[in-house]
Design a protein around this ligand. Structure first.
Ligand code: GSH
Length: 206
């Protein structure tokens, strides 16, 4: 099985971890190729989009992390029961992508004053608005999961971004806005296959 799937990404969780979590959830093997930053310029022109991650699936390369996550969520039965559930899942994932993009923008801003401004906006506005939205979805769904009554790719995506956030020094302030999002993170982390993956995955900076 692992011969059929190779995931190429930097040595970090980043935009690849959701795909890894989907494989972990179903205990499907894959090759986890972690590229060093100094190898990247040579490899970049050979990738489908000029960016990472990309995946080899049956000897063909495919780019775009969320397209890949959706494909594997469908393959592994983690994409909801019907079109409306899938719309709800997609809405959540797109919210998570927007939030990640805002955080990435802060991380890579070179100008110190602009970086401080972006960080403040992230902490005071974008972050609380995102957490409140996720919290409301959890409250309204009443099952402990985001959509329906079982774990889907949306839950794995929220777990991924929140477990990254939990490593930040100001995370308790952020979670105070939405304690049920923290409870959700702990619930997903307690799923045996996810727990096993988290315990064995490389402890990387991002
Ligand atoms: N929409 C793309 C974005 C990919 C992306 O931004 N990749 C970054 C790493 S997280 C990258 O490859 N950076 C190096 C570069 O652009 O040369 C996806 O989700 O796969």
């Amino acid at each position: 099985m692992s011969k059929n799937y190779t995931l190429h990404y930097f040595d970090g969780r980043g935009r690849a971890e959701l795909i890894r979590l989907l494989f972990a959830m179903k205990d499907v093997k894959f090759q986890d190729d972690r590229i060093k930053f100094d190898e990247w310029p040579k490899l970049k022109p050979k990738t489908p989009t000029g960016q990472l991650p990309y995946m080899m699936i049956k000897d063909k390369p495919y780019g775009q992390s969320i397209a890949l996550a959706r494909y594997f969520a469908k393959e592994f039965g983690l994409y909801g029961k019907d079109n409306l559930s899938q719309l709800a899942i997609d809405e959540i994932i797109d919210n998570i992508v927007d939030f990640r993009n805002a955080a990435v923008k802060v991380r890579f801003e070179a100008d110190a004053a602009e970086k401080a401004k972006l960080q403040k906006k992230l902490e005071d506005e974008t972050g609380p608005a995102f957490l409140t939205k996720m919290s409301t979805i959890l409250t309204e769904n009443k099952t402990g999961f985001l959509v329906g009554s079982a774990c889907t790719v949306a839950d794995l995506a929220l777990f991924d971004i929140m477990s990254g956030m939990a490593k930040q020094p100001n995370s308790s302030k952020a979670f105070a806005v939405a304690p049920n999002v923290k409870t959700h993170m702990e619930k997903i982390q307690a799923i045996p296959n996810i727990k096993a993956w988290v315990a064995k995955r490389p402890d990387t900076e991002f």
